[in-house]
Ligand binder design. Structure first.
Ligand code: CDP
Ligand code: CDP
Length: 214
């Protein structure tokens, strides 16, 4: 059909949604937005300005003023930034401030791939395909640990596992756009799948739903 392909990918921390989103975007020639980076950028703006993460008014202003040109700052990937992002992301005005931006991205006439926590539920409820990526918390902690050690951050596996479980609980229990699978999403458990196998599965799901739409 002539409808642009919009792929919504959600899931908890280190489930592999970003890696998968990027590969699907490359494969289909679509622009990709890692929406976690937007929340990380809001948190970084507060921290750099010496403001408290609890200052919701400042967080809302930072979301309004977000500079999309800065989304490739490597500091956004620091462990502390994921934590900080999770705190500011519970502020409704922050979510509202970033929503229009994400929707504009998703409205690209070419289509788009977005990954985050609320893409299938809030940002792109009409997406062509919705994937909900999961993996056991132990496997996710192993992945994140490997990644952080590779970047030279020192953190024990136990600390990262505790981080991930605390963040999942916070993301799933907040009242503004909690992490939740959309009713029409397809769940993909990657605990036993490497990135190649997860990509192959996801591509099959996308092809299937494109076939159904024709
Ligand atoms: O890569 P990882 O899953 O660790 O984190 P991320 O996707 O960069 O997201 C960091 C934090 O931003 C999450 O813990 C969420 O609280 C928040 N977030 C959100 O609330 N909504 C999104 N669409 C994306 C991220
Ligand atoms: O975006 P999210 O936080 O969900 O995870 P990610 O950054 O895509 O993936 C976390 C790490 O797990 C990366 O180093 C991936 O190479 C690795 N990984 C994966 O992405 N998918 C798998 N099925 C297995 C491992």
């Amino acid at each position: 059909t002539g409808m642009p392909l919009v792929i919504a990918i959600d899931g908890p921390a280190a489930s592999g949604k970003g890696t998968l989103a990027k590969r699907l975007a490359d494969h289909y020639g679509l622009p990709h937005l890692d929406t976690g980076l937007l929340y990380r950028a809001v948190a970084m703006a507060l921290l750099d300005a010496g403001l408290s993460l609890e200052d919701s008014a400042a967080a809302a202003r930072a979301a309004q003023a977000l500079d999309a040109g800065k989304l490739d700052d490597p500091r956004l990937r620091d462990r502390a930034m994921g934590e900080a992002a999770s705190r500011v992301s519970s502020v409704p005005e922050v979510r509202a401030g970033l929503l229009a931006w994400q929707r504009r991205f998703a409205a690209d006439p070419q289509g788009a791939v977005l990954d985050g926590r609320d893409i299938g539920t809030v940002v792109c409820p009409g997406a062509s395909v919705k994937l909900f990526i999961t993996a056991s918390s132990e496997e996710r902690a192993r992945r994140r640990h490997r990644e952080l050690v590779g970047r030279g951050e020192s953190a024990t596996f136990a600390t990262i596992l505790a981080d991930i479980e605390a963040r999942d609980a916070r993301d799933a229990s907040r009242s503004a756009a909690p992490l939740r699978m959309a009713d029409d999403a397809i769940r993909l458990d990657t605990t036993e799948l490497d990135a190649d196998a997860a990509f192959a599965e996801a591509r099959g799901i996308v092809e299937q739903s494109r076939g159904d739409a024709d």
